[in-house]
Design a protein around this ligand. Structure first.
Ligand code: CUO
Length: 827
């Protein structure tokens, strides 16, 4: 795909809610205006408006869009997901509409026809714009002409209303009416979806993180429910594993914040959703708020007859029916056999179980196990629990869509429940043995003799990692509809949000290969908290469920001693910041090699849990297995240096999953048994702790590391493509009731309920210290990517007002700067 075509496809993601004829897309010299032929514009009013709006934009290149070879019939799409509906991935009608539109795009033979069909459908008053974004994105991933040659833009820029509160967006819209030079920057710290008297709010920074929500959307886009996947991709198993890893990761974050692990949701005995959630999200396309939920909301039968959004099959949905489907799944686990509905039974495995629970085109006997699966229906029940009888004409809550579900605390309880079912199955399998049996653990002749992690921060101690909060910028202008006019077309609308991050670190792994030949190893690295919420060391049967993957990669081992060095930023589960939050223009600089699922992956900045101010102890496990045995025919290694792929969580498009071992191996199964010291001649007991487990496996080593959360580290701004000059800060937080006053002769002065130059009375989480200059009030600065500055400042102390932020000189080469963090750098 050439650069011009790629640009045209990318620009269709700009301001999707407004018609293409309305104004140009793109920036500066690359602005283009899409010219759709009049007879391809779907209705009379739009044709008239289109004529009125043509022209008046000087220096804009016109893109002549072909008329489609046949005009699309969008009746069914419009019936299933009307233009003004609140789009929900977990609504089967919306998914069917997405599939229909996706197929229209995918069936276009040439790129020009694809572009033409995309333009016509995008502007049709029959097509929901969120639906269009999902269908168009999925089509770009799979169309023969664009597969492996197109990177999707950052989702939070394309549909910012699914990521930022209505209040923050309102502030952003206000800025669009100002000349670019007068605009302020919206600040969002993601801690204010509730008060901290609600303990769940301590985790808001995790749940509301842009990166994890983008990852979740991207994962479900790559593994769509309505797409029959090729054999070997192990979609059902990956559904289990990726969500299990997210829950384990969340549990670590909870322990870091003094909370208990997530309790699984129940659907038995008058279930109640204890955790309320008020996400403050507003869907700009439908003009509707996402549903909210009070604490202690009962989960009740749905009786939503008349709801035009839900399919009739969901209008009268009972919890009893959900339990029947669940019980049938449990029966399949107990018997090890799946009822295929044809009088036959087939052996159950984890992949089939995943397809049964999630329910997709791959599901066996959906009539019997639930046409939409226990998991999906649970999302629907919970997302309508605030108005189960449609008395208030309320729409779905955030649990209804993959872009928003992870914001809601109940997501983790529901997925813990699904995980309990998966683990119930895993417990029916024989534990892996150190020798013999299925997937034996020991690798003869390979010993991991030592492991160490070392933060890249200068002067840091071994096996101590640090986390902190920082700010990053996104440009919302591409997602704010109807904001460009002839008078005021240009300029970004900046929003700065706060998120967790950590200092990158290196693993040093010493391995002895006692054989006479070089061997190739798969290096598997996992992390889990060492102690429970009660401060006691985890038993192995429980700790195994807490392990989440940090990395997986392959290395050659020469005979004798070997040293493996690896930096955390290369993790096989994460994607770097730039792939999650790159902007549209930047994509076009990239070559056209395989990049299409670059954006799928856990965000790098969330790789390790927050830890505690005094240091929380984690067990880090390094486990080497024989890569020859792990190899999968047809799985080729990644080839594009510009795209870091998250192979563990996202696999590779159109290829088998690149690891023959069960996902989560070896912690997916109960530990092997050992003699009971209290009764040495009696029955054996499962290995009681990690030490007992590791002792029997020479190719595995565990060390304890400490993760320290540096709450006092001043918050700095990522040195990315942010604002290049100081901007006044405008709070995007409604609960601060902020206003910005302009005092005569003194520049901009912040007038917030609690001045931003003082620490705010927040019980948890970081404060937003002033990053302003003396005498200019609340003025934020951010170095540009090309500015002679660097993000590791000699910081002022938190809360010291009006202390200028100092920036260290940016090194000439990041690689030559020992101990430098690597985030923020590209290339
Ligand atoms: Cu990803 Cu329930 O599957 O959210």
């Amino acid at each position: 795909m050439d650069t011009e075509r790629r640009r045209n496809f990318l620009y269709l993601f700009e301001r999707v809610g407004e018609p293409l004829y309305f104004s140009p897309r793109g920036r500066g010299a690359t602005q283009v205006m899409f010219s759709v032929p009049q007879d391809a514009i779907p209705c009379n009013e739009l044709r008239d408006a289109s004529r009125v709006n043509q022209g008046g934009f000087s220096g804009v290149q016109m893109v002549a869009v072909q008329a489609p070879t046949t005009m699309p019939n969008l009746n069914r799409v419009a019936q299933m997901c009307p233009r003004t509906a609140l789009y929900n991935y977990f609504n089967p009608l919306h998914r069917s509409a997405t599939k229909e539109l996706l197929d229209m795009f995918r069936n276009q033979g040439t790129l020009d026809q694809f572009l033409s069909m995309a333009c016509v459908c995008r502007d049709s008053p029959m097509v929901n714009c969120k639906l269009w974004i999902n269908a168009f994105s999925a089509a770009l991933l799979t169309h023969p002409q664009t597969v492996n040659s197109f990177q999707l833009p950052a989702l939070c820029e394309v549909m910012p209303d699914n990521f930022f509160s209505a209040f923050a967006l309102r502030q952003a819209f206000r800025q669009t009416g100002l000349p670019a030079a007068d605009r302020g920057i919206i600040t969002v710290d993601n801690f204010r979806t509730g008060r901290n008297t609600n303990p769940e709010n301590r985790l808001a920074y995790f749940r509301e993180d842009m990166g994890i929500n983008t990852h979740h959307w991207h994962w479900h886009l790559v593994y769509r429910l309505d797409d029959a996947q090729q054999p070997g991709r192990r979609k059902g198993e990956l559904f289990y594993y990726m969500h299990h890893a997210m829950i384990a990761r969340y549990d670590s974050e909870r322990l870091s914040n003094g909370l208990t692990r997530v309790r699984a949701m129940s659907i038995d005995d008058n279930p109640v959703v204890k955790e309320g959630y008020f996400g403050k999200l507003y869907d700009t396309n439908s003009g509707q708020n996402w549903g909210t939920r009070q604490n202690d909301t009962p989960l009740r039968n749905l009786n939503r007859t008349g709801d035009p959004n839900l399919p009739p099959s969901f209008h009268q949905l009972t919890l009893n029916q959900l339990r029947i489907w669940r019980d049938r799944v449990m029966e399949a686990i107990d018997t090890g056999l799946v009822n295929m509905g044809t009088g036959t039974r087939t052996p159950l495995n984890i992949d089939i179980l995943g397809d049964m629970l999630e329910a997709s085109a791959l599901s066996p006997n959906p009539q019997f196990y639930g046409p939409d699966g226990v998991h999906n229906v649970g999302h629907v029940f919970i997302s309508h629990s605030h108005d189960p009888e449609y008395k208030h004409l309320e729409n779905s809550g955030p649990m209804g869509d993959t872009t928003t579900a992870m914001r809601d605390p109940i997501f983790y309880r529901w997925h813990k429940y699904i995980d309990v079912i998966f683990d119930y199955y895993k417990q029916t399998l024989q534990p892996y043995q150190d020798r013999g049996g299925e997937f034996p653990l020991a690798w003869q002749g390979v010993d991991v003799t030592s492991v160490q992690v070392q933060s890249t921060t200068f002067g840091s101690q071994p096996n101590i990692l640090q986390t902190f909060f920082m700010d990053s910028n996104v440009d919302l202008s591409r997602g704010l509809d109807f904001t460009r006019t002839n008078m005021n077309q240009l300029g970004p609308i900046w929003l700065r949000f706060r998120h967790l991050n950590h200092d990158p670190f290196n693993y040093t792994i010493q391995v002895r290969n006692s054989s006479n030949a070089q061997v190739r190893a798969t290096v598997r690295i996992y992390l889990a908290p060492r102690n429970t919420e009660h401060g006691e060391q985890f038993e192995m049967t429980h700790q195994r469920k807490m392990f989440f993957e940090l990395d997986k990669f392959q290395e050659n081992l020469n005979p004798g001693d070997n040293t493996i060095r690896r930096i955390s930023t290369l993790s096989g589960v994460t994607v770097p910041w730039e792939q999650t939050f790159r902007d549209l223009e930047r994509n076009m600089e990239l070559p056209t090699a395989a990049q299409s699922i670059c954006g799928c992956g856990w965000p790098q900045h969330m790789l390790i849990p927050r830890g505690t101010p005094t240091g929380m102890i984690f067990d880090l496990v390094v486990f080497l297995t024989n890569a020859t045995e792990d190899a999968v025919p047809g799985a080729t290694p990644p080839q594009n240096p510009n795209c870091r792929e998250s192979l563990s969580f996202c696999g590779r498009l159109n290829q088998p999953y690149p690891d023959a071992k069960p996902m989560g191996y070896p912690f997916d199964r109960n530990p092997f048994t050992v003699p009971d010291p209290a009764n040495p001649t009696g029955p054996q007991v499962p290995a009681r702790n990690l030490e007992e487990y590791v002792n029997r496996i020479p190719n595995m080593t565990a060390i304890q590391i400490r993760i320290v959360h540096d709450a006092n580290r001043p918050v700095v701004v990522r040195p990315d493509n942010g604002p290049t000059k100081p901007m006044r800060e405008i709070s995007g937080d409604a609960s601060l009731n902020a206003s910005t006053m302009c005092a005569p002769g003194q520049g901009m002065v912040s007038n917030t309920a609690t001045p931003a130059t003082q620490p705010r009375p927040m019980e948890m989480g970081p404060q937003r210290p002033s990053s302003g200059r003396p005498g200019t009030g609340n003025i934020a600065t951010s170095p540009s990517r090309d500015s002679p500055t660097w993000a590791r400042p000699q910081h002022p102390s938190r809360g010291q007002p009006n202390v200028p932020t100092q920036w260290l000189p940016r090194p000439s080469s990041p690689r030559s700067r020992p101990g430098s963090p690597t985030w923020g750098w590209r290339g």
